[in-house]
Structure formats: C-alpha cells, structure tokens
Design a protein around this ligand. Structure first.
Ligand SMILES: Nc1ncnc2c1ncn2[C@@H]1O[C@H](COP(=O)(O)OP(=O)(O)OP(=O)(O)O)[C@@H](O)[C@H]1O
Length: 255
C-alpha cells in the first residue's frame, strides 16, 4: 500500500489523525500542514481539541491513528512514537511554550535557559550562558538572569519560558494558550514577544482565546469544533461574512 506523503516544504504535517481519550474521540481526522514562516492560530470552543492537537505535534500526546511529521521526519505513526533518542532530537526542532510556564523553580532564570542546550545540544557552559543572556535581552529580561522564578511575575515567567524554548534553536514554536494563566495587565508583554518572533519570520502554531491577537498575528486561522477542523482561512475570511456558520456562531459567543 502506498503511504500518504506529507507536504515537502512543511515544518509540521499531520495526516489523518484520530485521537481518543478512553472511548471519547478527541481528534477526528485532522489534516494540518504548516509551511516554514507561517503563523497558524488555532481557535475554537473549550474542549474542541486544540491543545491535544498541538501536543500531538511534538509527541506529548500520541494519536492512535495517523501520522505526524516535523520537518519532514516522522515523529509518530499509527500510535507509535519514534524511539526515545531520535524522539528527543526531533522534538528540539519544535519548541513548546505552555500555559503554566513549567520553569524549574529551584534553578535561576539563566540556568532554566541553559540547561537544555548544555544537556541536549552539548553546548559549552560559556557559550550557552552567552546565548542565554542574548535571549533574555530579546525578551526584555536582561536584568533577571540571576533571579529565581518564584520572584518573577507571571508575564516575566512566560517570557523566560519563551527564551528557554528559543535556546534550543527550534525551527518552529508551538504555543499552548501562552497568556491564559496571566493577569490581564501582563498579557501584553508576552504577546509583544510573540509579535517580535513573527516579525523575524519564526514559524508558529498558537492556541489562543485572544481573538484580537489571533486576528492580528495569524497568516491562517484554523477553527476547531468537536475534534474537527471546521474552518480555515486568513483572518479576513474567518472574521468576515464568508466564514462558515459554525465559525460565526463560535465567534458570536466570544467576541
Ligand atoms: N489527558 C486527558 N485525559 C482525558 N481527557 C482529556 C485529556 N486531555 C484532554 N482531555 C479531554 O479532551 C478534550 C479536548 O481537550 P483539549 O484540551 O485538547 O481542548 P481545547 O480545545 O484545547 O480546550 P481549552 O480551550 O479549554 O483549553 C476535552 O474534553 C478534555 O477534557
């Protein structure tokens, strides 16, 4: 039987993904391709499967059926992940930022950023520190290198988490509701860093409930509902009158 072929220039491809938790179907035949340089935003009602799809894209969840490829390399296929070593190497190509930051509380900010490059990429301590400081500068936290995460605001923690993901020199970034855990006044500083990455041409998939941000930053918006992709298009299309009725009904509730 011929295998379906993922798109050649794609950084992420999912082909025919079906994902269950127990008996419940969570992802229902998801076909998603993200090209280099694209910013794709996933929106949709709570529980529609956005985070699960994102997590399948770097192997944190495994779909029972279908294929996931990162940069043309197969990460998972029909419920099987790559073996551990190859998996780690491939995962470094897709940096992940979570809603809940997931920083190491016992490590200084700079050590949170350098631990991955030192352990996984085998970077020398000096080199990883130099790059780490550059990244902290980029996210506006040059003065926080020696701070402990517990002494930072939520917005600062999330910017450290972004710097930490970037330190692995990923080819694309996956953001899972990066501002959902933040007080409203801290959302802007995180969105500003994501804007900067978009301006630099970083490929990104972003799950968010921030509709204005989705509209502003996306090249393409994908609307999910009950495990399916129900609409996909430019922000103008999705927020315009030609969007499909399920998109319009969802947006009417959240806007
Ligand atoms: N580990 C898990 N075990 C069982 N069910 C899960 C698990 N993770 C997610 N689910 C369920 O899968 C469905 C999809 O969840 P998911 O988090 O992907 O949705 P979402 O669209 O990202 O929602 P939200 O916008 O609220 O974050 C939900 O019904 C959720 O309860």
């Amino acid at each position: 039987m011929t295998q379906p072929k993922a798109s050649a220039g794609a950084l992420i491809s999912t082909i025919g993904l079906f994902k269950y938790f127990g008996d419940t179907l969570i992802l229902d035949d998801i076909n998603l391709t993200v090209q280099r340089g694209e910013v794709v935003v996933l929106i949709g009602p709570s529980g529609s499967g956005k985070s699960t799809l994102l997590r399948c894209c770097n192997g944190l969840e495994i779909a029972q059926k279908g294929i996931v490829e990162i940069c043309g390399e197969r990460l998972s296929q029909q419920g099987q992940l790559l073996p551990e070593r190859q998996l780690d190497a491939l995962r470094t190509r897709a940096g992940m930022v979570f809603q809940s930051f997931n920083l190491f509380a016992h490590l200084k900010v700079i050590d949170n950023i350098t631990i991955g490059p030192r352990k996984v990429l085998e970077q020398h301590a000096e080199e990883s520190r130099r790059l780490g400081l550059e990244l902290l500068d980029k996210v506006g936290l040059a003065d926080k290198a020696d701070a402990m995460p517990g002494n930072l605001s939520g917005g600062q923690k999330q910017r450290v988490a972004i710097a930490r993901a970037l330190a692995m020199r990923p080819e694309l970034m996956l953001f899972d509701e990066p501002t959902s855990a933040l007080d409203p006044e801290l959302v802007g500083e995180v969105l500003q860093v994501i804007r900067l990455l978009a301006a630099e041409g970083m490929t990104m998939i972003i799950v968010t409930h921030e509709m204005n941000f989705a509209r502003e930053i996306a090249d393409r918006i994908i609307v999910m509902d009950r495990g399916r992709i129900v609409d996909s298009g430019t922000p103008e299309m999705i927020f315009g009158s030609e969007a499909n009725p399920r998109t319009r009904s969802f947006l009417a509730k959240v806007l």
